[in-house]
Every structure is written in structure tokens, then in C-alpha cells.
Design a protein around this ligand. Structure first.
Ligand code: FE2
Length: 441
């Protein structure tokens, strides 16, 4: 159960972990001894180029019962609803909003991998440049099947149901209001015990970093010690056909092997999956007037090569006090050189109390105007500006990307969740212009 799992605390640390059933499994003083303790094999998992600068370099050493090369050849299997074909549909610059994505029907068994659906994205994993946004809807464990993504990292945002995740590095859970990151190449299995739904931000270019804090100082936003990495756990289980599914260049492949891939007895390194509880985020905001930009709520960022510009940011809109004087407090009207995909984990988003629901989503593409609906505007310009706890009982989030994303065929048609009336929420915004207005004296 979740409470029984142990974790290592910190972000990007050089961790060391041994399954307590095999004390001394971790070689001391060197990475690759002639013979490892307990007859284990040593294997390195590289998450950055060998020659990446030390501050960026990520790799882990794994001490396992069998090396991961021991599998049958990969064969192509059906992709289901996972795609990186961004030309399935003509481009569409409209504001888009999705009603909550459907959970599997009663009597239908869908595991996490079968329940993956790509909504939108851009770029190409072959050139390691781009993003994809997926949702998952599932209700069954994956069984003797493990998945790894050769194309990039997954940032997983559960919205409903707890994910019980077994990774090569150990076990972790992720429940709504927590997120987890499973990096390129790491094998994992997801088990769910109830109908479950969530969102995934996939980045091809780089790994997620904590944002620089600049003048904020050493503390605030997401603090490193609140990131939790699983401890080593292994199973020594021989079975005739364990399935390994790979997403490679946007296509799914399957190989079988005769044993569980979760056979790592000890590991050390700084390339390992982690989770984070969004309740630990320390919001920072304007305390007199106006707004900070929403980047002030960045939990994790995947930087591009362009300074200050993210491949994608994961941003939340957590419960917080609004105290600004003489200020229009909701999110401002906006056109952006970035793409903004939003989802909501629970509650009601302050700029649109109706229509944007938990388990649904919205996409405001490059330079597509967006902002508060008429109802929100009218309230915000007349409500007294007392200190107010906003977004109480709510957790909305944004995947903001510098890529101009395309929506997939499933995202437009297949899911049947697009709300064609979305644009109407702004149509009743009134013209309030009065050329005779003069400042009060
Ligand atoms: Fe915006």
C-alpha cells in the first residue's frame, strides 16, 4: 500500500539504494567490478550524453539479476491511440475545450498502456525535438507487461484513481494532486484498482529541471526535498512470456523475455524516476497590485536551447490568497507565443467556473486569444477587493510549450469530447467604452 512505500528525498541527487533483502549488493569504490556481489550484472542507464557538463549529466548504475539485453527481438504492435503524426488533421487555431474524457465502459478491461490517447503535440522524437500531450483512461492492471519510452520523458498527472507504479528503480504510487516523472528508457508497469484518468506531458528534447528562482531566493515554489524517488526493490520471477513494450520513434514495439524486468537489487546515480505532491508547492505572487505572469507557478521546466524558453513547463494554479488592490484579479486577457494546454484535477477554475471540468482540458494555441469568460469578467470588475482565498479546493494546471501543437484525429473527432460551444463564453463580453469618461478628481 502507498503508506508502506519508502522513498529517497531530493531532486537530482546522487542517490544510492539497496533492497534490504540483499545487504551489500551495491559495489563499493567502483561501478563495474569484475564480479558484482550476489552474482549480479552491472548495467549503466545513461540519461544524458556521456560528455554532458557535470551539472547536467545524468546516469545511473543498475545491479540486476539479468542485464536488460536478455529479450527476444522487438516486433511492431498496434499503436492504439498513441501517435506522433501531427498531420492527421488540418491545423486549427480556434480555442478548444474538451469535456471530461470518457473512462472505460463497465465490463471493459483497459490497462494504462491500452488507455493512452495522444491529444496533441509537435516535433519529432527522431530529432529529439518536440512534445506530445496524452491522456489515459484505464481500469485494469497491466499484468506481466512493462513499458518504456525511448522517445523522451513522461510527466504524469493523475486526475482520478491512484497509480501503483513498479519501476526498475523501485515502487511508487501517484495519486491525484501528485505528479510523477518517468524518464526516457526506464521500464515501468502501472497497476490501477479503480477507474483512473490523467494527463501526460511528454518531452523529447531534455529532462525536467526545477526552475531557477532568481530574486525569489533559495526557497519557494517546488522545494527539492519534496521530490521522492523509490528505493530499490526487485523480484526474481521467471515466467514464460513477460512483455516489454517500447515506444520507439512514435511507434509501439513488443519483445518478450522469460523473466520480470524488475530485477534490480541495488542502484546508484542521479537518473531515476520521482514523484511530487502538489500540496507542497509554495506559491509566490503579487502582494500589492497587478499579476506576476503564470510562470511564477512553474513546478518543473524542460528547457530548450533558447535561453528562458521552455520546451514545456508544468505550471499549476494552486489554492492561494489574492490580495492585490485596484487590480483585475482573474488571469489577464492574453495572446501568447507559446501553446497553453490546461487540465483540471479537481474543483473549479477561477476564470471559467462552468464548462472547464476535472478530467477535461483546453488548448489555447499560438497567438489564439483567451481569457476570463463574461461571467468572470463582470464579477471581477465589481466585486470588493478583499483578501480572498482563491482556487480553494481546486487544482488546475497548464502544460505550456514553445511548440505550435497540432491536435490528433482522436483529439478532434475520436474522443467526441470537443465542446463546440466553447467560443460562446466570450461572446457576451460587452463594450463598456465611454468616450466621455474622465478621471475622478
Ligand atoms: Fe494565457
Amino acid at each position: 500500500m502507498a503508506s508502506e512505500l519508502k522513498y529517497l528525498s531530493g531532486f537530482g541527487n546522487e542517490f544510492q539504494s539497496e533492497d534490504p533483502r540483499c545487504p551489500g549488493a551495491l559495489p563499493q569504490g567502483q561501478n563495474n567490478p569484475q564480479k558484482c556481489p550476489y552474482g549480479l550484472y552491472a548495467e549503466q542507464l545513461s540519461g544524458t550524453a556521456f560528455t554532458a557538463p557535470r551539472s547536467e549529466n545524468q546516469r545511473s548504475w543498475l545491479y540486476r539479476i539479468r542485464p536488460s539485453v536478455l529479450h527476444q527481438p522487438f516486433e511492431k504492435v498496434k499503436n492504439g491511440h498513441v501517435t506522433h503524426d501531427w498531420n492527421e488533421q488540418p491545423p486549427n487555431p480556434n480555442q478548444l475545450r474538451w469535456k471530461p474524457f470518457d473512462l472505460p465502459k463497465a465490463g471493459e478491461k483497459v490497462d494504462w498502456l491500452q488507455g493512452l490517447h495522444t491529444v496533441c503535440g509537435a516535433g519529432d522524437p527522431r530529432t529529439r525535438n518536440g512534445v506530445a500531450i496524452h491522456v489515459y483512461m484505464c481500469n485494469a492492471p497491466m499484468g506481466d507487461k512493462a513499458f518504456y519510452n525511448a522517445d523522451g520523458d513522461f510527466l504524469i498527472v493523475p486526475q482520478q484513481g491512484t497509480l501503483h507504479i513498479t519501476t526498475e528503480f523501485g515502487k511508487m504510487t501517484a495519486e491525484p494532486n501528485e505528479i510523477c516523472v518517468i524518464q526516457q528508457g526506464i521500464r515501468f508497469n502501472v497497476s490501477v484498482l479503480e477507474p483512473s484518468r490523467g494527463y501526460i506531458l511528454e518531452v523529447f528534447d531534455n529532462h525536467f529541471h526545477l526552475p531557477s528562482l532568481g530574486p525569489i531566493g533559495a526557497n519557494g515554489l517546488a522545494n527539492p526535498r519534496d521530490f521522492l524517488t523509490p528505493v530499490a526493490w526487485f523480484e526474481d520471477r521467471d515466467i514464460p512470456e513477460y512483455q516489454i513494450i517500447s515506444k520507439y520513434q512514435g511507434q509501439l514495439f513488443e519483445a518478450v523475455q522469460n523473466h520480470s524486468p524488475f530485477d534490480i537489487v541495488a542502484w546508484h546515480g542521479n537518473y531515476a524516476p520521482y514523484k511530487y505532491d502538489l500540496a507542497n508547492f509554495m506559491p509566490v505572487n503579487a502582494v500589492r497590485f497587478d499579476h506576476c505572469d503564470p510562470s511564477i507557478f512553474t513546478v518543473l521546466t524542460c528547457p530548450s536551447n533558447k535561453p528562458g524558453t521552455a520546451v514545456a513547463d508544468f505550471v499549476i494554479f494552486p489554492p492561494r490568497w489574492a490580495v492585490q488592490e485596484h487590480t483585475f484579479r482573474p488571469p489577464y486577457y492574453h495572446r501568447n507565443c507559446m501553446s497553453e494546454f490546461m487540465g483540471i484535477i479537481y474543483g473549479k477554475y477561477e476564470a471559467k467556473e462552468e464548462g472547464f471540468q476535472p478530467g477535461g482540458a483546453s488548448l489555447h494555441s499560438m497567438m489564439t486569444p483567451h481569457g476570463p469568460d463574461s461571467q468572470c469578467y463582470e464579477g471581477a470588475v465589481t466585486d470588493p477587493l478583499k483578501p480572498t482565498l482563491i482556487a480553494d479546493g481546486t487544482q488546475a494546471f497548464m502544460f505550456e510549450s514553445s511548440f505550435s501543437m497540432a491536435v490528433t484525429k482522436w483529439g478532434f473527432d475520436g474522443c467526441q469530447k470537443i465542446d463546440p460551444a466553447y467560443f460562446k463564453c466570450w461572446q457576451t463580453l460587452k463594450k463598456n467604452f465611454n468616450p466621455h469618461w474622465r478621471p475622478e478628481k
